[in-house]
Design a protein around this ligand. Structure first.
Ligand code: GSH
Length: 203
């Protein structure tokens, strides 16, 4: 298996999940915008996971759930009744469909305005703060008094939330302002696999 990633991105969640799963894999750092990478993922986005199939797998949520299912003995996903499965898929859908997009105007403000001046880009970035606050507040509630994002156990939802929550460090209100998120982040930062992936992804 080969994971395509870019530093600091949501692709690091898949990397941490592969570590937690004990998978045999390699990684390749890419420029998502490059022509070469667009041949791997035509959307020009990381992550992508090549398992030797006709095309690479894409979409972080789908890759994470694939890793969880591929290594069931690591219990990184969910089994059980339809209600338990629903709660897990709902959590992953929140992360991929609400949490991640809340940051897009912050990182790529030029995509959300037809103006090109710096003042317009600053306005878009500032407008993103309220939405980011809302999703961080929701995540804080999901974690509650537990140590994890999905109920009180380690799943692929943890690294997914972790790598995206780190983006708030660039905002006036950071993850440290949300008590449950802060506890979760502190625990994740101390995880040896997380430390390893962060160090290697910066190398
Ligand atoms: N829906 C995709 C979104 C992935 C995504 O937005 N990746 C970002 C990094 S976190 C990226 O590659 N951005 C490059 C760009 O938007 O040009 C997924 O969940 O995998």
């Amino acid at each position: 298996m080969k994971l395509y990633y870019a530093p600091g991105t949501c692709a690091l969640a898949c990397w941490i999940a592969l570590e937690w799963a004990g998978a045999d894999y390699t990684v390749e750092k890419v420029d998502p915008k490059s022509e070469a990478y667009r041949r791997i993922n035509p959307l020009g986005m990381v992550p992508a996971l090549d398992i030797g199939g006709p095309r690479a797998m894409t979409q972080a949520d789908a890759i994470l759930q694939y890793v969880a299912e591929k290594y069931p003995h690591r219990h990184l996903g969910v089994d059980g009744d339809p209600e338990q499965r629903f709660a897990f898929v709902e959590t992953m859908a929140f992360l991929t469909g609400d949490f991640h997009p809340a940051f897009w105007p912050f990182f790529s403000p030029q995509r959300y305005t037809t103006r090109e001046d710096e003042a317009a880009l600053k306005e878009v970035r500032e407008a993103s703060h309220a939405r980011i606050d809302r999703v961080l507040t929701h995540l804080d509630g999901l974690i509650g008094g537990a140590e994890h994002v999905y109920q009180d156990r380690r799943t692929v939802a943890d690294p997914y939330a972790f790598v995206m929550v780190r983006w708030s460090e660039r905002l006036p209100k950071t993850w440290r302002d949300y008590a449950n998120v802060a506890r979760f982040m502190t625990a994740m930062q101390a995880d040896p696999a997380v430390e390893r992936v962060l160090a290697q992804s910066r190398a």
